[in-house]
Write a protein that binds this ligand. Sequence first.
Ligand code: ZN
Length: 127
Amino acid sequence: MPMFQRPTAIRRKTLRMILGASRDAYPNEFGAILRAEHGVITELLLIPGTVGGRRHAIFQLHQIPPDFTVVGTVHSHPSGVFHPSHEDLRLFSKFGGVHIVTGHPYDESTWGAWDYAGQPVSLDVVA
Ligand SMILES: [Zn+2]
C-alpha cells in the first residue's frame, strides 16, 4: 500500500474535469485515479480499459500504480445515485484513500467522497 496524506480538498478545475469526463462517458461509467499535492486533489490519471462499456469502471482498481501521489479513485454512476454500491464498498476497502462518486447529471451538487469504509469524506472545492 502506498503511503499518502488523505486529501482534504479538490481543485475546482479538477472537479470540473471529472464532471465533464463523466458526462462524456454517459451512458457508460467513467473511472480514473486521483492524484494530490499537499492534500489537494489536482490530477486525474485514466486507467486503460475503464472507459466505455464496462459495467463497473473501477473494477481495475488493482492497477493503481504504487505511487504516493495517488490518493484514491473516482468513477461515475449513470443512474444518478452517487452513494457507493455494495460492489464499490468492496473495492474501496482495498484502498485507504478517498473515493469520489459522481451521479448523473454530473453537476457540482451531484457527487460525494467516501473513505475505505464507505464513510462520507468532506472535500473543500478550492481555486
Ligand atoms: Zn460505483
